[in-house]
Design a protein around this ligand. Structure first.
Ligand SMILES: [Fe+2]
Length: 351
């Protein structure tokens, strides 16, 4: 499914006025789209235009295989509810973080659909550590697993898992720090060898929150798994996930910090970090994060990046939190996880 460029009829609305939205391929990547809005400079007006043709941006996201960038969305900073309005175009429900056991200091005080990822009080979230060594042999930012760690898809330890995340840079880190890395699971799946395709077909991953003592790090350190409540339990997810709209298959998995390394990472394969399952996960993640499947986003203030958690993984990078203030706002959209999850109760809500 090649990305349409200059999609003046992105809404497919024959006889209707042409779309205001134009999508260009993302520079430096084999997936993703940069959205421009014709004749509109202000983000508030752009969001109103998106609401007037509500299928355009979700369709553009699918055509771009799960990644869109909109720059200059400053109006969101002044009116955070605009981010929620835009989010609603991508699914039937925007998560209310006050309802879902998220620490209150990470939730926006006026708009509970906004999760704050920031080192600034009251959020106080630290960036990840730098990789070891901090740069590749040729002096570049490490992106490939296992040199680069932290690859995950949001909230995969929940069933049903969410669909889309929107991430807005209210105050971005400077270039060269605090990037977000994206790897495309559709491209990665399509490029699997026939042998690996056969191995992952029908395979089930066991995903776990990093907070319950089942990460690779916790297991290697010999930490006993924590006693957990049923709503915290690890969740099983297919490793190959067909996209519910396009049907394109994507690899769906995380690595050290968001799989269950006690009973998993895969059902039916020898468990633990050094087991057959762990070895397969390392092989798959090395493949998933090959340079041709990866896009590095260098943030500018007022960038908005939208990604599809059903078909991409992402990773955060280090920034100098002692000297830099970084403020990012995220919303999470759910509602179309695919037929496999039809009618399921939410695993993360205490009974
Ligand atoms: Fe994330």
């Amino acid at each position: 499914m090649p990305l349409k460029t200059n999609t003046t009829d992105a809404g497919g609305n024959g006889g209707m006025p042409p779309s205001r939205f134009h999508v260009q391929p993302m520079p430096g990547a084999d997936f993703g789209g940069m959205v421009e809005v014709a004749g509109i400079a202000d983000a508030r007006a752009a969001i109103a235009a998106a609401e007037a043709e509500p299928d355009t941006l979700p369709e553009a996201l699918n055509e771009a295989r799960g990644l869109l960038l909109l720059r200059g969305m400053r109006a969101i900073s002044e009116d955070p509810e605009l981010l929620v309005r835009l989010s609603r175009l991508f699914g039937s429900e925007v998560e209310d973080y006050n309802q879902t056991l998220v620490a209150k200091n990470n939730v926006h005080q006026d708009v509970p659909e906004i999760f704050m990822v920031s080192n600034v009080p009251p959020a106080y979230k630290k960036p990840p550590a730098r990789p070891n060594p901090p740069l590749t042999e040729d002096g570049k930012l490490p992106t490939r697993f296992p040199h680069r760690r932290g690859w995950h898809t949001d909230q995969s330890y929940r069933r049903p898992p969410p669909d889309i995340s929107l991430f807005y840079a209210k105050k971005a880190s400077p270039e060269g720090q605090g990037q977000t890395l994206f790897a495309n699971g559709i491209l990665a799946y399509n490029a699997l060898s026939p042998d690996l395709k056969a191995r992952v077909d029908g395979l089930i991953g066991i995903h776990a929150s990093s907070t319950i003592g089942r990460t690779e790090y916790a297991v290697r350190a010999g930490e006993p798994p924590k006693d957990i409540q049923p709503h915290e339990a690890p969740q099983r997810q297919p490793v190959v996930r067909p996209h519910p709209v396009t049907g394109e298959k994507a690899l769906y998995m995380c690595e050290a910090g968001q799989m269950d390394w006690v009973d998993g990472p895969f059902v039916g394969l020898e468990p633990g970090p050094d087991g057959e399952g762990g070895k397969l996960l390392y092989e798959l993640m090395r493949h998933y994060t090959r340079p041709e499947f990866v896009y590095v986003h260098e943030w500018k203030d007022d960038d908005l990046v939208i990604w599809d958690n059903r078909s991409l993984v992402h990773a955060a990078t280090w920034y100098d939190a002692e000297n830099i203030q970084r403020v990012m706002w995220r919303t999470t959209v759910r509602g179309n996880p695919g037929p496999e999850y039809a009618g399921e109760k939410r695993s993360w809500i205490p009974v």
